[in-house]
Design a binder for this molecule. Sequence first.
Ligand code: NCD
Length: 305
Amino acid sequence: MWKFRDVISILDFTREDLEHLFSVTDKTLERSLDVGRPLDGKIVATAFIEPSTRTRLSFEAAAKKLGADVINLEPHLSSMAKGESLTDTLRMLDDYADLIVIRSPYEGSAKHAADVCEHPVINGGDGSQHHPTQAMIDLYTIRSLKGRIDGLEVGVVGDLKYGRAASSFIYGLTKFNVKRIWLISPEPLSPRPELMDRLRSMKVDIVKTEDLEEAIENVDILYVTRIQRERFPDPAEYEKVKGSYVITKKLLSRAREGLKVLHPLPRVDELSNDVDDTPYQAYFIQAKLGVPVRMALMGLILGAF
Ligand code: NCD
């Protein structure tokens, strides 16, 4: 079901696939991440041509915990700096590694990498399009904290247009039976038409609003995202929407009991530090769960589990 699969979009996976991943992640955690070295002798390559902290380092940590070696492409130190194409660079990585994790600013690049490479390719984020492994972590975090995903009301706030983590998370929610999804953004950062079409065709109950306070009173999960400054074609457009929403402890005093705040991180100004020490905070837990989820994922793909 998972062996040798590419991971390009969360939409390529069924609910059963995701539940299997989550149960393998549970087992990984039960064994305190000490699962032996089932990937001893394997090599994982990371090709990140866009900045990353959590995604790259948690893939690297996960691979090492499974006993694999990791090689990292450093774009500015590689022959890409001399003008070598991404395609030729990927061909080399495919010769050297058993699995390739790619992040790039270009939509479609992970799919292209999967077409070029014989070994499995995992999308660590391609432009504004997809970030499937982040969505897997997000869903696993909710399942861990709430015991279920079905039946919950989920709010997603911020940049729903350019944010690939937000889009992939919402696509991921459509694999489950959530009660309602609140889409909270300034109008110019509304979800893209293809995402809205999917929500409508799946008959998901959605509320599209700019009113964060009303949403906070109703949701069980609030997924906060950064406005993706680097993706705006026109800096003046960014200036119009920057700072649209700031989640603070005070604002959360209106929340339902048990509300959990998620954020794929990094945060800039949309999530106040004063939320960190409240029971709402789930974003550091979410970041930490990146390692066991990615261990389970790579272990499944490379046939170790
Ligand atoms: C996100 C990304 O790179 O898309 N971060 C992540 O992978 N955890 C979110 C963002 O950059 O805002």
